[in-house]
Design a protein around this ligand. Sequence first.
Ligand SMILES: Nc1ncnc2c1ncn2[C@@H]1O[C@H](COP(=O)(O)OP(=O)(O)O)[C@@H](O)[C@H]1O
Ligand SMILES: [Mg+2]
Length: 516
Amino acid sequence: MSAAAGCLHQSCPVLAILRTAAIFGVEAYPVSVEVDVSDGGLPAITMVGLPDASVRESRDRVQSAIRNSGFEFPRRHVTVNLSPADIRKVGSSFDLPIALGVLAATGLIPTRQIDDVVILGELSLDGAVRSVRGALPISARARRDGVGCVILPRANAGEAAIVTGIDVVPVTSLEETVAILTGRRPRPTSPEPLPAAACAVALDLSDVRGQAIARRAIEIAAGGGHNLLFVGPPGGGKSMMARRLPGILPPLTFEEALEVTAIHSVAGLLPAGAGLLTAPPFRAPHHTASDVALVGGGAVPRPGEITLAHNGVLLLDETAEFARHVLDGLRQPLEEGTIRIARAARTAVFPARFMLVATMNPCPCGYRGDPSRACRCTPQQIDRYRGRLSGPLRDRIDLSVSVPAVPFKTLIEAASGESSAFVRQRVAAARERQVARSRSAGERLNARLDERALARHCVLDPAGLRVLDAASRRFHLSARSCHRLMKVARTIADLAGAERIAVEHMAEAVQFRLEG
Ligand SMILES: Nc1ncnc2c1ncn2[C@@H]1O[C@H](COP(=O)(O)OP(=O)(O)O)[C@@H](O)[C@H]1O
Ligand SMILES: [Mg+2]
């Protein structure tokens, strides 16, 4: 792709073209950096191609880095074009390709050396190459585009090396990069991919005393990827149990882990030295979170909490305290598993397929239905409070559980329950049944079955149908709610290792619909 037009004589105008990449949403797009050095005009750098303020700052860094690395910055007019122009360019990762472009345009680097290479890196004023965001999705994209090599900051190299089939060249300074490209220094070998990130020590279910029904609900939710709501008085252990859900989920598959790691790489949230993230993500935004923080957005679209929770769990603790319009923003992603953020030039589509766990008190004071304390709320207050979790959102919650406070005596005396590791084995076995059953490569977890898969896999016998029919009449359930109940029953059958949904599976599913 790169070419040099004209001769290499100092006074001739020369054009250098290099490959780099930009992130839009959570995806990488190829960008070419074109550097033209000409005698016309005053000595200066002009940047075109929709660079934002952060990229325009690159001018100063590039000039200083070139001079401080022992090279000469041309005393001529330098024009840098980043194309395509319809993606807004942000961040500092264009520094290194721009600097190399300037040196290539002045004839210092042979252009064939930068032909088949994607280059990215931030420069500090002394010429050191600093880490950037998005190295993983960028190298994955480069490999898909058939590029042979990616040159990037050493700090990001292990992350990029997770992608196989492309040479990863780690660099630490501009001077070193030029030495490698001009053959004065051997190309460093591709680094080892970082080992999978160690899973943080998860909170264990065995800490929870009593609460058999709530524990069962967590297991079912995990088994089929269902959304879950805990309702109960303060101190009842709702948050405690919700935080233990990720610990009973099986590790991510390689494909899921790549998606999750790429998202965290773009968001700049990959822990230093972390490789592939193999544990399902867990996000618990505070109830003061804005809609942009939750679903993503901004002038340059950035992923929100629901995208960071992709393939994992989103906990909305004290759900009723979230602003109504913030919660309403969850409807579409809960249904579709993605969020679209429209911008003038392009629409960013972020993945957002997560399990929702919500907790709330039964009323504003929190003690409605509590045998030990009187509730002081008026019926209107209670209605208003519950209305904050609007109907359409409630409809998408498969399991609702009331969580009464456990008496102090039980807390002290009850034996500790099963550990997370134990429950996780049953969850994994239930999920394996779902994967084995689904023939398509699409959604496999019961919670996400489409209409056709529902008709095929969630067949009820006459007794099961009667249970569902009675529940739907008595509680005026929508068709969506009935389908969701059948999916929960399917998961309960999978946990039991049963081929068909039996009446007791359906009955238990109905129980969890009505509990909360
Ligand atoms: N069933 C339980 N088993 C063990 N500890 C519990 C239980 N229920 C509550 N606790 C204790 O009470 C604390 C408060 O619980 P929390 O989850 O914050 O309640 P909630 O979110 O319902 O207000 C927990 O951190 C835990 O120490
Ligand atoms: Mg709580």
